[in-house]
Design a protein around this ligand. Structure first.
Ligand SMILES: O=c1[nH]c(=O)c2ncn([C@@H]3O[C@H](COP(=O)(O)OP(=O)(O)OP(=O)(O)O)[C@@H](O)[C@H]3O)c2[nH]1
Ligand SMILES: [Mg+2]
Length: 198
């Protein structure tokens, strides 16, 4: 292990995805350090919410932190659920209730193209926050396939024909919106070193 990466997320599925990409680092979710960490996601863009989460965490800890704001945009639904992906079926939404609502919204719809977006924000105390974006194109299936992943993964097939519910986090880490954003972050070598120097 060479350094620790702190991620301002409470989503265990995201943490698994990060671990699959950052195999050489110790990946730590913010709740392990601040058990009551909570940020209201009041922005209307992925980038805006990612910045809110990263800055709140790095301020609280006095350390460099990354965050992830992500979601699914369906063309036939004019980009919904988008930034509301986690809360699509209401305040007490679960992955299951969100998937059920999505299938219902697309009942009888044949044009099912969609994409995932992931914006990673990196906040270093005293510096301007930077963001990195990754997108994964595909379509929404008419029924769930597989049990891997989290969120809408079982309902998503990529444009290359890969079912996200049927691949493990290592395989997902080669192709996902999240890993694309992380690759952009790693290209920013100077700031990436600050993140991993804990
Ligand atoms: O099938 C999926 N595969 C993915 O790879 C993926 N990435 C995001 N999502 C969906 O979008 C929401 C993010 O919302 P979100 O960024 O606010 O995160 P969250 O509230 O779950 O955790 P936090 O990071 O805010 O603590 C998530 O809950 C999921 O519904 C995904 N679904
Ligand atoms: Mg959230």
């Amino acid at each position: 292990m060479s350094g620790k990466i702190v991620i301002a997320t409470g989503n265990k599925g995201k943490i698994n995805d990060f671990k699959a990409v950052f195999t050489d680092y110790e990946v730590v979710g913010i709740k392990e350090m601040l058990s009551d960490f909570e940020v209201e996601e009041t922005a209307d863009t992925f980038g805006g919410n990612a910045i809110l989460k990263a800055e709140a965490a790095s301020e609280a800890l006095g350390l460099p932190v990354i965050s992830d704001d992500s979601g699914l945009s369906v063309n036939a639904l004019e980009g919904a659920p988008g930034v509301y992906s986690a809360r699509y079926s209401g305040v007490n939404a679960t992955d299951e209730s969100n998937n059920a609502k999505l299938l219902e919204a697309l009942e009888g719809v044949t044009e099912r193209s969609a994409h995932f977006t992931c914006v990673i924000a990196l906040s270093v105390p005293g510096e301007e926050t930077r963001t990195y974006t990754g997108v994964l194109e595909g379509e929404i299936l008419t029924e769930p396939f597989g049990t891997y992943g989290f969120g809408y993964d079982p309902l998503f097939r990529t444009s290359e024909g890969i079912y996200l519910g049927m691949i493990n986090s290592g395989e997902k880490g080669k192709i996902s919106h999240r890993s694309k954003a992380l690759k952009e972050l790693m290209k920013d070598k100077e700031v990436f070193e600050k993140l991993t120097s804990n």
